[in-house]
Write a protein that binds this ligand. Structure first.
Ligand SMILES: Nc1ncnc2c1ncn2[C@@H]1O[C@H](COP(=O)(O)OP(=O)(O)OP(=O)(O)O)[C@@H](O)[C@H]1O
Ligand SMILES: [Mg+2]
Length: 587
């Protein structure tokens, strides 16, 4: 996915799709638009009423107090009306903007969670998170303020020109004489601002990704005492960001005074020519005063428009990134038309029939694997690192689909089982346990309802109970992110408890290779034994005891099963297994 895509120019297709999100807020948008028109009308009418008051009630033979009172009342009503309209418009569009933000976030997470592990593995976490947070937020800003303000500013400017000409054609021509240079300046500025903005974005993204990677890898940095080096590299990136920020500021620093200059110039021209016309009776004083207000009203939006274009641009860029993600479909297909049901009463068997698989085409990882684990049997898989053991676990749980061959659950092809049912039937304990921040209870239940009784009995079976008894709060003990406030062995026991509580008929256990102290090792062994009882299990074994207790051992080498049998049989055969076994356990 393209991380820092910045649109070249206004992309109508993306904009159209973004505006589509307003659909559920049709009524709010309609009312807000009406309020906006009222607001614009009141802004344009104020100078007209002032003109009326000056010309008809002040610059007359007799000053008309009644007339002035009436006009003041109208002015007051216009101001209050404008205030109310402004409130209604801002409020309704904020409601829509926030609602769209919420919907988009939910939609993005749902979509992302549905994708295959193959896709998620290829997508940097930081970029996914940015999409679901920052990009969505810019889009919400687009709806809650930018679109309406842009439209308002645009209409006010056109309206001002209209009123100027209605009030007085000659003076109107004088006022708009500065218009062509202003348009040229704005166009140049937009281009400059866009380039500067793009550079800033790139640098921000470089700083962010550098930070997130180094902070999560801080332990490695510390182990090798590379802090100074990290600081130096960060300083460099930060310096580049500063330079980009400066050049963006420079563009604005030139533009704002320029527009302000043009505005004053235009005012001066109106005063100079207006005074002349007034002395000759061609323009009334009221019109002149109204002109001064209108010219200011014309230039004020110009200052804002350019900045709002930048927000719009980043919203469109964010929209493009979000749609990029939403349009990517890489799911494991569900069973579709041929869904089958499963009878788990008498246990479930699992078998592979000549399964071939590769993560990348042309680079086979499994090259024709066949085996069967009958209901209740424990089958161990042994083999060197990289031989494809975890891959077998991934295919059995259907995180990936086999390229060739069949995977059967109690004789039914796993593709033909509803994914939900399959995931409840075959569950894996992964090589590296993942724990979420939260209580131990939440980490075991993972959102399913369990009574304390059930949880504690599962903890009893997995031998987690003694651990729970020794820590503050037991099941309510709060884990830090990744469960770093527990030992590696304790994390394993929590993973076992998870599986025991969820009680799947088929268990895939990818044992952790990390060595564990003998005390925890004993604990884990006992927990493991209980875990494997009464269910079909495929165990990717690194532990001597697990291997020895298995009903059958498969020896995997370069994606093929080269030996199989019981521990005794394989040792007697004096082949690959006995070699591996002697190497690993030094016997
Ligand atoms: N997500 C992936 N994308 C691409 N290649 C992968 C992926 N996961 C594993 N591989 C490759 O597949 C091969 C088998 O990996 P696998 O994880 O199955 O090995 P393993 O037998 O479990 O090793 P270990 O004992 O170290 O856990 C390796 O060569 C690895 O590089
Ligand atoms: Mg592995």
């Amino acid at each position: 996915m393209n991380e820092d895509k910045i649109v070249k120019s206004f992309d109508p297709a993306v904009m159209r799709r973004l505006v589509g999100y307003l659909k559920p807020y049709r009524i709010q948008t309609l009312i807000a638009s009406a309020a906006l028109l009222l607001l614009i009308a009141s802004e344009l009418l104020v100078p007209v009423i002032i003109q009326h008051a000056v010309d008809n009630h002040i610059m007359t033979e007799i000053v008309s107090i009644d007339g002035l009172r009436r006009d003041s009342l109208i002015l007051l009503l216009l101001l209050v009306g404008g205030l109310a309209a402004s409130f209604v418009q801002v409020y309704l569009m904020s409601v829509a903007g926030q609602g769209i933000m919420k919907n988009l976030r939910v939609q993005l997470l749902e979509h992302t969670a549905g994708q295959s592990l193959a896709f998620l593995g290829s997508c940097p976490v930081g970029s996914l998170v940015t999409r679901i947070t920052n990009d969505v937020e810019t889009i919400s800003e687009l709806f809650s303020s930018v679109i309406m303000t842009l439209i308002k500013n645009f209409l006010v400017m056109i309206g001002v020109i209209g009123v100027l000409f209605v009030l007085n054609v000659r003076l109107g021509t004088v006022a708009v004489i500065t218009l062509p240079p202003v348009i040229i300046i704005t166009l140049i500025f937009r281009k400059r601002a866009r380039n500067a903005y793009r550079r800033v974005r790139e640098k921000i993204s470089a700083v962010n990704s550098f930070l997130s990677e180094r902070v999560s890898g801080m332990k490695v940095v510390k182990i090798f005492a590379r802090e100074t080096e990290v600081n130096r590299l960060f300083g460099k990136r930060n310096g580049e960001l500063l330079a980009a920020d400066f050049s963006e500021m420079y563009v604005f620093a030139v533009f704002r005074p320029l527009i302000s200059f043009m505005s004053t110039f235009s005012l001066a021209a109106v005063i100079y020519f207006g005074a002349g016309l007034n002395s000759r009776g061609a323009v009334s004083l009221g019109v002149l005063i109204a002109f001064l207000d209108l010219v200011r009203k014309f230039f004020r939006p110009l200052q804002q428009i350019s900045e709002q274009f930048t927000v719009m641009q980043s919203a469109i860029a964010g929209g493009e990134r979000i749609f990029d993600l939403l349009d990517t479909e890489d799911r494991i297909p569900d069973c579709g038309g041929e869904c089958r049901d499963l009878d788990i009463a008498d246990g479930v068997s699992l078998s592979f029939e000549d399964v071939k698989f590769s993560y990348k085409e042309g680079d086979p990882v499994l090259r024709g694997v066949s085996f069967e684990a009958a209901a209740g049997e424990t089958v161990a898989i042994a083999g060197y690192t990289g031989s494809g053991k975890s891959t077998i676990a991934n295919l059995a749980a259907r995180f990936w689909d086999a390229d060739e061959g069949r995977i059967l659950i109690s004789g039914i092809e796993s593709r033909n089982l509803p994914l939900q049912l399959l995931r409840r039937t075959v569950q894996a304990v992964q090589q590296d346990v993942f724990l979420f921040s939260g209580s131990i209870r939440e980490n075991i239940a993972l959102g399913r309802e369990f009574t304390d009784q059930q949880l504690l009995s599962a903890a009893e079976t997995s031998m987690l109970r003694p651990v729970l008894d020794n820590i503050d709060g037991g099941l309510d003990y709060q884990l830090t992110e990744g469960g770093t406030n527990l030992s590696g062995g304790q994390r394993q026991l929590i993973a076992f408890t998870r599986v025991i509580a969820h009680d799947p008929p088929v268990l895939i256990l990818d044992e952790a290779t990390a060595s564990i102290d003998t005390e925890t090792e004993k604990l884990i062994q006992a927990g493991l034994k209980n875990l494997l009882e009464n269910r079909t299990a495929i165990v990717i074994a690194h532990r001597l005891s697990t291997i020895r207790d298995a009903d059958r051992i498969l020896v995997l080498s370069s994606g093929k099963i080269i030996e199989s049998g019981t521990h005794r049989q394989l040792l007697d055969a004096d082949g690959f297994y006995s070699n591996l076994y002697n190497l690993q356990f030094g016997l």
